[in-house]
Design a binder for this molecule. Structure first.
Ligand code: ARG
Length: 588
């Protein structure tokens, strides 16, 4: 469906043309003085110069022509030449009735859907998921859902880190502890055991220990690097261990992401790109893109307009080892070959920006992507504690994601039980649903690139700009709808009438913004725009709710109209939170 603002703009543009002026001047914006009007057009001011006429004269001419405009209810020319408008209440209710009927709830889906790969999550196998990975998962998941709502083919890839030093460290530590394991017997030629020689909790304990040792003990680190190298060369025993590590960790990762309501289409990993490396290196050399610099193979990526030094993109170290750059470039080749995306979007910590500048420039320069392929880096800021430093446990350690979720759920449970609104049995499930909204909304309501403070008390509050407040509003609507049903009436048969009060009209205007907000959030890859929209929307609803006795209304047609409006508001709010990656309970 067309956006309301476009419809009104079209009418005003027509009026400019009818009055003998260039239609272009008729562009309309949402009013920045909601006390005076809902929409405004400042085009008469600009037209005044071109037509050498007083702006108010032009505004008057246009206003006259707008007398019969369908979407505009009230229009005034105001000195020095503003055109102030209010939308027609009849038109607004008709528009919303169409929204209700529309299968996409008014969203105009992309006419030429794009294939967009979104690289997010990015956990490193065998290392516990910590809060650093939380933002990527939350933001990426939301952008993926917004893109889908817009009709694009979004392919989410977790892009596991499975090929780095952490693997060598684990192998080394295992060898230290259990040298008798068959994986370390180089003369062994039989089949390796199906069962992993460790559990997930052992694995998670092994990595930090190995990592700590490698920092203190140079020889240990050497051994870990050697093991990493051997693994990458395909040494059979190490490959078998790698398989065990993968299986055990991926099972655990999937459970954790499921708790976050985060779902990947692809579970590809860094190692999948390795087969592309030899061919890529050959190609880069052959076409003269890469050259040797002190033994290392590099591609120059600096540009004349750079204001800061962009170092060359290193493809191979002097010992022939590949790097993070190499893997990312080879992954781009793989993605082009398998999925041929129009766009690849990376949702990664903004501290990796330089890496992506280098990789993107190199991919473009060497034509690993097509000219039209868009490569985009969406760098997010750090999640800090109340002390303004990166979020830690109370003891100062790295906070594990599981524990963070647990803390939030506990706090939510406490608040829900305090409210006594749900039965004990339900309280735990409800706490999990609401807790997720607290975490996700707390994160997504900030512009992604900014750092933010993770504040459990604020995020779990039922009041203010929080996830639980939004859910509380939805639950309030659901409860009114179900009481209406209990009267034996049919919600879906209710017909929407023009707004009967200012607060109702304000709520309707919010509802009509939905398509524009989603479109803009997608264009700017900005879930926070959806958050600020639903916060305003929920506030508009609550103002209307406090002023209106809905179920007590005696005029049945009026009551039915309010029910129809509530049902639409619920549907729109639920569509929004679905795009943010959480849902609402029935009660809370
Ligand atoms: N595993 C990486 C990390 O933890 C993030 C991966 C991001 N994606 C990418 N294609 N480089 O830092």
């Amino acid at each position: 469906m067309k956006k309301i603002i476009e419809i009104i703009s079209a009418e005003v543009q027509q009026a400019f043309a009818d009055a003998g002026y260039e239609a272009e001047y008729g562009r309309v914006t949402v009013s920045n003085r909601p006390d005076l009007c809902e929409y405004q057009c400042n085009g008469a001011m600009a037209a005044a110069k071109a037509y050498k006429k007083a702006p108010i004269m032009i505004a008057n001419d246009v206003t006259e022509k707008l007398a019969n405009a369908r979407a505009i209810g009230e229009v005034n020319a105001v000195a020095p030449g503003f055109i102030n408008m209010k939308i027609s209440a009849e038109y607004l209710s008709e528009y919303l009735a169409q929204v209700k009927e529309d299968e996409n709830l008014s969203i105009e889906k992309a006419k030429e859907p794009k294939t967009i790969m979104i690289d997010y999550g990015g956990p490193n196998v065998a290392k516990p998921l910590h809060v650093g990975h939380l933002r990527s998962a939350i933001i990426g998941e939301s952008i993926k859902r917004i893109g889908r709502a817009m009709g694009h083919k979004m392919i989410g890839d977790v892009h596991l880190g499975d090929w780095g030093l952490q693997m060598g460290l684990i192998i080394t530590e295992l060898k230290e502890r259990q040298p008798e394991l068959v994986y370390f017997d180089e003369s062994y030629t039989g089949e390796y055991p199906k069962e992993a020689p460790f559990t997930i909790s052992e694995l998670e304990e092994i990595y930090p220990e190995a990592s700590a040792k490698s920092k203190e003990d140079e020889a240990y680190k050497e051994r870990a690097m050697e093991a990493t190298f051997q693994l990458q060369q395909g040494q059979a025993g190490y490959m078998a261990l790698w398989n065990h590590i993968m299986n055990v960790s991926v099972t655990d990762l999937k459970q954790n992401y499921a708790k976050l309501n985060v779902e990947f289409d692809l579970w590809k990993k860094e190692s999948d790109a390795q087969p592309y490396i030899p061919e890529m290196v050959e190609y880069l050399k052959e076409h003269g893109y890469a050259h040797l610099d002190q033994g290392a193979l590099v591609v120059d990526v600096k540009e004349e307009t750079d204001t800061k030094e962009i170092p060359p993109c290193m493809i191979l170290k002097s010992d022939g080892a590949s790097l993070y750059n190499t893997t990312d470039l080879a992954t781009i080749m793989e993605r082009m070959k398998l999925f041929h995306p129009d766009e690849i979007l990376y949702v990664v910590d903004k501290r990796q920006e330089l890496h992506f500048i280098q990789v993107f420039r190199c991919a473009r320069k060497a034509k690993l992507v097509e000219e039209g392929t868009k490569l985009q880096f969406l760098g997010f800021g750090t999640m800090n504690g109340k002390d303004g430093k990166p979020f830690k446990t109370r003891e100062g350690g790295v906070m594990r994601l599981e524990n963070l979720i647990h803390d939030i759920d506990e706090e939510m449970y406490r608040k829900i039980v305090e409210n006594r609104s749900v039965k004990e049995k339900e309280a735990h499930t409800t706490a999990e649903i609401v807790g997720l909204s607290a975490i996700k909304y707390g994160d997504l309501s900030n512009q992604a690139s900014k750092d933010y403070v993770f504040d459990i008390d604020r995020f779990t509050s039922f009041e203010g700009d929080t996830g639980p407040y939004i859910l509380y509003t939805i639950v309030r609507i659901k409860s009114i709808l179900s009481r209406y049903r209990e009267e034996g009436k049919d919600v879906s048969a209710c017909r929407l009438l023009p707004a009967a009060s200012a607060s109702e009209k304000a709520l309707m205007i919010e509802a009509a913004k939905f398509n524009g907000v989603v479109e803009n959030a997608f264009e700017e890859k900005a879930p926070h725009k959806i958050c600020s929209y639903i916060y305003d929307f929920a506030n508009a609803f609550n103002r209307f709710y406090h002023e209106t006795k809905i179920l007590g209304e005696e005029n049945e047609a009026q009551k039915a109209s309010w029910i129809a409006l509530l049902d639409l508001v619920r549907e729109l709010l639920e569509a929004c939170i679905d795009m943010l990656g959480f849902s609402a309970p029935e009660r809370m």
